[in-house]
Design a protein around this ligand. Structure first.
Ligand code: SD4
Length: 337
């Protein structure tokens, strides 16, 4: 067989396995209602969504979109909660958590990864290049370095300064209610917030879903502490038949309720994205009513039809939406308390 024919055959077989054959023949995706769309947690989701949108509008894959999107937040040095510039643990080490999941249920994750400014891309490589789902700590770093990532010092002058400020009192009290003005006593030096994560969900023009989640976790956490963000089912879950969900807030409570998986399963039962997120935060309230009043957890969900919604324990949770109608929409999450 000529190499050209061989190439065409291989391309068509690859496309067929992705279910894109009709689309490729026509050169365009068949329009799927509600697509493309990308949503992500917090106001810093706006520039992140923009990068994802660039991929989606070129008929790119949702997986590429969410990776490109959250990398914007990881690269933002002024953001003390994601990627380089994230606040360190209480011993001064910046350790990052991230995970990613595609439309076929493939997933990859890294936890307690140091010295690499784009943990999401390492997570993707774990997914694509290893038979595993999750690598942690030293092993994750070794894997990243063996695969071309560069070792960096992630502690920026301003995050070092915030840590040194924190060291004066060393108040280890991981209570999180950063957004709700009435809880602002827990703010960090410099009026900074002590946790935020970017979780992103995208539905591409082919109707496929993917998600990504990346964070430096709780500021000044115990060394070795890992939250929900790199845990598939807790910080992120995607089922291409139903929808996807992601979370932000106190990871311990999200892990205890396997929050993002729960949201997706509730959508499978017919709940709207917002109803599903509400039920998931209510589970936290039901299990730990006193804790729930003191902490923040927010869920964000997107279903297969491009419908989205969120719910949080406390006021102040925001999320960013980017679709055909609006590229820089910020919405306030509804909340229980
Ligand atoms: C964690 N869920 O490490 C993350 C932190 C976060 O908003 O989302 N903060 O528990």
């Amino acid at each position: 067989m000529s190499s050209r024919r061989q190439f065409i055959k291989q391309s068509v077989m690859g496309a067929a396995s992705l279910g894109l054959i009709t689309d490729l023949v026509q050169g365009q995706p068949k329009p799927v209602a509600g697509t493309p769309i990308v949503i992500s947690t917090w106001d810093f989701g706006v520039p992140a969504n923009q990068a994802a949108w660039d991929v989606l509008t070129r008929n790119g894959r949702a997986l590429d979109a969410v990776e490109a999107g959250v990398k914007v937040a990881e690269a933002d040095l002024s953001n003390p909660t994601v990627g380089k510039g994230g606040y360190p643990d209480r011993d001064g080490f910046v350790s990052l958590d991230a995970c990613i999941m595609d439309e076929e249920g493939n997933c990859g994750s890294v936890a307690a990864l140091e010295h690499i400014s784009h943990p999401i891309s390492v997570a993707r490589m774990v997914m694509e290049k290893t038979p595993h789902v999750m690598l942690v700590g030293e092993g994750a770093l070794q894997f990243a370095l063996e695969n071309g990532f560069t070792k960096e010092d992630l502690l920026t002058p301003s995050s070092k300064q915030a840590w040194e400020e924190w060291l004066k009192e060393k108040k280890y009290k991981p209570i999180m209610n950063i957004e709700n003005k009435s809880f602002n006593t827990e703010r960090l030096p410099g009026n900074q917030y002590n946790h935020d994560t970017i979780g992103m969900l995208a539905l591409d023009a082919f109707g496929n879903l993917s998600g990504a989640c990346t964070t430096s976790g709780m500021a000044f956490k115990m060394r070795g502490r890992v939250g929900d963000s790199p845990i598939i089912g807790a910080g992120l879950y995607v089922d291409n038949e139903i929808g996807g969900a992601t979370s932000t807030g106190v990871g311990e409570e999200v892990i205890r309720t396997v929050g993002s998986f729960l949201v997706v399963e509730l959508m499978r039962q017919g709940y709207s994205p917002e109803e599903a997120c509400k039920e998931a935060v209510q589970r936290i309230v039901k299990k730990k009513p006193d804790t729930a009043k003191e902490i923040q957890v927010g869920f964000l969900a997107l279903n297969k039809k491009g419908e989205y919604g969120s719910y949080a324990l406390q006021s102040g949770f925001s999320y960013a939406v980017c679709n055909q109608e609006k590229q820089d929409l910020i919405l306030k999450g509804k909340h229980i308390f």
